[in-house]
Ligand binder design. Sequence first.
Ligand SMILES: Nc1ncnc2c1ncn2[C@@H]1O[C@H](COP(=O)(O)OP(=O)(O)OP(=O)(O)O)[C@@H](O)[C@H]1O
Ligand SMILES: [Mg+2]
Length: 448
Amino acid sequence: MPRILVVDDNAAVCTALEILFDLHGIEVESVDGPPAALSRLERGGIDLVIQDMNFSRDTTSGEEGVALFGELRRRQPDLPIILLTAWTHLETAVELVKQGAADYLAKPWDDAKLVVTVRNLLALGSATRTARRMTDARREARDRLAREFDLCGIVYASDAMHEAVTLATRVAHADVPVLITGPNGAGKEKIADIVQANSSVRSGPYVKVNVGALPADLLEAELFGAEPGAYTGAQRTRIGRFEAADGGTLFMDELGTLSAEGQVKLLRVLQTGEFQRLGSSETRRVRVRVISATNADPQHLIRTGRFREDLYYRLNVIEIRVPALAERPDDIVPLAHAFLGPRAELTANAEEALLAHGWPGNVRELANCIQRARLLARSERIDVADLGLPGRRAAEVATATDDGEQPDRTAVETALANSGGVIARAAAELRLSRQALYRRMEKFGLKA
Ligand SMILES: Nc1ncnc2c1ncn2[C@@H]1O[C@H](COP(=O)(O)OP(=O)(O)OP(=O)(O)O)[C@@H](O)[C@H]1O
Ligand SMILES: [Mg+2]
């Protein structure tokens, strides 16, 4: 059961609140002033505080309340605090809301509204705590993996990426081909590096070949080697990538473009370890761990007859899918910080703009974006404008969260009406902080 601490020197107020919340299944403890409140807080278990502003009979300045509020915030910055105040002290209350108080209610308060506000704040608090616990658990799982395996400096926070990385470390030791799929720049090669670095052949050669970048007629020679005169211009013996990778790992990127004959040869070497150099009838044998990657949909290539099905099943004994960056937004800010390095920082608006962008170029695009921002920014604080992100959403974030004219009076009025006057909810709808919403309400002369 959630528990509220009421701080008021008026016993009647305490009793009224105890009865009210008891009806709603919320436990209330009351104390009569700041010293008792602070010592109760020490003992823990309080989810929300409702506090008065004056605690001695002869004071009405509200200073005691301000001091208590400051002390509570200092000790537990996340604890929601609702202020109970006389109408004559509304400015003080508004000022404290700007400093982070959850809400204020003028005495005599409206019971129904108080209950709604408290309920919302408690729900918000438990959601935040759950999120934090989950993040902790995730970080713990990732750190454990990093202690056990060489993760090649990969940066992530998302569950989706944790799954891909875990799978990579698990299959690393087995001597089976691995196919890594995912869109451009998502980190397929990074995953390949992890497989290689944790394999039993990690001390052997690690050869990478971008199949997609080679002209079709050179590809076979590149993979399997060639004898002099095997093709026009071949003057010397050429060692193929399979031979170079013997006893180690061969990473083949963008396999989708391999010719039909190339595919037959590849299938054979995968099945038997045997191949011949171009222009030679001598059969050679190698032992190579093959990792391949493609950003094409292999099933589509097979259906359209551009890729042999049997070769595909040879290559993808294990398939690791690397999701697009947009599918794992939790990774965006950690990656941005990693690319920024320790000295530079991102403003809150810049982080929001990064989260709002769609990242069609995935991690590579993010890395480039941050690199450009570092070059262009005039200080070590990177702001939205430095990121140079195109599109409307980034621009919207920039204007909605700085203190410009957005959102307008009508938007604020509508959000307040929709939320039944609950500030936290209206602020969430407008994507503003509570403080920013209060500033706008003040500016437009609006009341909750
Ligand atoms: N999770 C990550 N942590 C740190 N760096 C990353 C991560 N993912 C990708 N990178 C970096 O982003 C760049 C692009 O990643 P990578 O080359 O692995 O992508 P890819 O999927 O192989 O792309 P392509 O399809 O274009 O070949 C590289 O510089 C890589 O080191
Ligand atoms: Mg790649």
